[in-house]
Design a binder for this molecule. Sequence first.
Ligand code: R5P
Length: 290
Amino acid sequence: MRPILFEFPKRSSLGQHIKERLKAEEGCFTLRPFPDGESYLRIESNAKGRDVLINATLFRPNGWVLDLIFLADTLRSLGAKHIKLIAPYLAYMRQDKVFQKGEALTSKIFAQLLSNHFDSLLTVDPHLHRTESLSEIYKIPTTVVQAAPLISAWIHANVKDPILIGPDEESRQWVQGIAGELPLLVLKKERNSKGHVNITWPTFKDGNEKTPVFVDDIISSGETMLQAINQGKTLGLNKPVCVVIHPIFAGDSYEKLQQAGVLKIVSCNSIPHPSNVIDLAPLIVQSLGS
Ligand code: R5P
């Protein structure tokens, strides 16, 4: 039987592409706020005995997670056989350590919460840093899709003579996977308590003739990318291309980057954003089948 795919909180191009490729049935539900701000949810699809997929955009999770849990638990009460969460961007992965006594270890708490309400999870390039594998914090089976082949193909097709640049050590895992045989630089970053970043460049040669392609998994405040790009300018690099897997772009960071003299800002559609160019649906659907 065909799976049912629910899109949460609303339809996205990625969700539609996944649905078309899977030939899944579209899950229908009504979600609206009561006057007091609490949620009313009603599922209209028949989920009894069915495999259910929920494609959820989780990039600003605080306002949505409760409704997502209402959706999952209601589907279960209606007899859904298996409920898989597709969270192309997996939130709450960056506070993966208690740095100062008393801090919440939100990566683990969030993982436990989702594990209690879903049967399995599929995500794209989660921010694994001090946590090496999702199985350390998630109690349910997890699948990780890597966007590297799609990003690499985009760079080969669209950028002349590229040199890939990872703005910090954490980005090495992504940028190395994308680079393949292409030249690569990985910078060093320190962030102070106010969120400002300081970036150090390794010595390099032959980079100035090439097209710099800055690659990171997440752009949030944009500080990391902005600093790296501005320093690249002072080092005499050509106008860069900027590629990101998860385009959070908090506040006015997208506008600031656009004004920093970049050739192009390109993102994957894990989070709906005007910069979306790389469609993750083929890889997600391939991983759902395996
Ligand atoms: C963490 O190190 C990540 O790889 C990104 O570099 C970071 O999340 C970007 O954050 P922001 O845009 O706030 O500098």
